[in-house]
Design a protein around this ligand. Structure first.
Ligand code: SME
Length: 150
């Protein structure tokens, strides 16, 4: 199911006529429109030399959390751990930054460029515990494809 989206991901990202920003927004739209439990889909990137993440292209409710210090929240923890973080129940997390009260679960997958953790894809879901290893493998693929246009 998720694997069937791979050619569409590649097509969107290889469209050199559009800016990187527009292609990433288009990608977020594809994911949130195609997967019913992907309710907020966005990218955070390391903010220059600072130990913080800055919000990039996204689709979904606007968030106040446009800057997230490394270590804070699920996103900030992934900036340091370099590992996927799957949260089946956000209410069970101490170090969590709430963006919307409707969110029940979250997945964050780091994005590597030349082996360096330069950002991440972040997905919030209003469904409890929806994410499986299939999501992890698929989002790793998405990030590998994105890293090639950065
Ligand atoms: N929940 C995230 C913050 C980003 S929003 O989900 C858009 C976190 O705890 O890092």
């Amino acid at each position: 199911m998720l694997a069937s989206l791979k050619p569409k991901v590649t097509t969107i990202l290889s469209n050199n006529v559009e800016s990187v920003e527009n292609r990433l927004t288009e990608l977020c739209k594809l994911l949130s429109d195609s997967v019913e439990y992907y309710d907020w889909v966005g990218f955070y990137f390391k903010n220059g030399d600072k130990e913080e993440l800055k919000l990039g292209p996204y689709v979904g409710e606007p968030t106040d959390h446009t800057i997230i210090p490394f270590g804070k929240g699920i996103c900030g923890q992934v900036a340091l751990s370099n590992e996927n973080f799957v949260v089946p129940d956000v209410a069970a997390q101490d170090n969590y930054i709430a963006c919307s009260i409707t969110v029940k679960s979250e997945i964050v997958v780091p994005l590597f460029k030349n082996g360096e953790n330069i950002g991440q894809i972040d997905i919030d879901s209003n469904t409890p515990d929806p994410f499986t290893e299939e999501d992890e493998r698929f989002l790793e693929f998405v990030n590998q494809e994105v890293s090639q246009i950065l």
